[in-house]
Write a protein that binds this ligand. Sequence first.
Ligand SMILES: *Cc1c(COP(=O)(O)O)cnc(C)c1O
Length: 225
Amino acid sequence: MAVNGLADRLASVRASIADVARDAGRDPNELTTIVVTKFQPASLVAQLAHLGVRDVGENRHQEGQAKAAELAPLGLRWHFVGQLQSKKAKQVREYASVIHSVDRPALVDALRSDEASVDCFVQVNLTDDPARGGVPPSELEALVTHVADTPGLRLLGLMAVAPLGEPARPAFAQVRVLSERILRIVPEARNLSMGMSHDFREAILEGATHLRIGSAITGNRPDAG
Ligand SMILES: *Cc1c(COP(=O)(O)O)cnc(C)c1O
């Protein structure tokens, strides 16, 4: 029952993504769907892998590190999507293929490496609340320049979370506009990580390339915080 529920939800979300992409005149294959598995047991991540999921997301270092180690034989790509403390940065680099939450100069410095390169997004804060994570739009270009000048980081683009209690589409449109500004600094950084369970349709319409979808696929989180 639980497994079939998971397969059904995954199929249904994938079908919606493909429908919306086609309605928007976009190729569904250009979208990467990351299933956010925070608070879910490693066994559920393994089920997702058997259903063909390759990209999974976590927002807490200890949980992500433990699951990535346990499930290493599955060859999944781990995306780190949560707020990241600078002192944990080096450890997250070891298992994450992509870090979506680069949001301040100290974290950029902590992620520096002369040996290996990690893909990353700069997260933009679309609210006035610093606790939500992300760089304020006024400081975006300076931070992107800092990333571009730092060895070991390959910038894919911008990440954002739509503000609570506001329509998502204008927020995502704002990210798309900000993205045009950073392309002058890093021309390859044209990806947009935006869109969650309740707003992935709006995100696709505004050009999202990386969707971060949790509960619509996994079901309710056991310990939703
Ligand atoms: C939890 C989380 C998601 C997924 O949220 P859902 O509403 O469950 O789809 C996406 N992005 C980030 C940063 C998250 O923390």
